[in-house]
Design a protein. Sequence first.
Length: 186
Amino acid sequence: MKMTLTAIRLSVVLMLLCGLLYPLVTTGFAQVLFPKQAEGSLIKVDGKVVGSELIAQDFQSPKWFHPRASNAKYDPTSTAGSNMAVAYPEYVQAMKEQIDALRKENPSLTDIPADLVTISGSGFDPDISPEAAKFQVPRISKETGISEQELNRLVDAHTTSRQLGIFGEPRVNVTAINMELMKQVK
């Protein structure tokens, strides 16, 4: 009986420490040290939340930058990688359809960046390569009347370099650049 009571007391103490105190302390530190990240890296326009820097959104109109394709259809409640191999016939067909859609939308361009054709593994990749962003500039310029030179400057301004200079690839957050573009289009 003594061992049972000791086990129960230890369980209660560990539940309080690990299940209550530790999460409260780490959340508190996160709120103080990294408030934007702790809140979900939200993007706000005029005080209203319009998205997150961490989750891709679908921008259908030709006047906006488009993110990578998503098997999850940009639904944040459903992660969905395709799990299709490169030689899988449905994968090949999906890539052909994506290339055709990009060529139709951007008829004057031929070298399509791979990240605009391939599907994001999680379905929510919010970033594209600077090359993928610049690939879309002629279409956006035609639709908005903003010069290609100005749009290229916007891409350059929104390009994030490698983390610590060595990790990852340069990238452009599609939601963030579109929020900036919306200010100019209004």
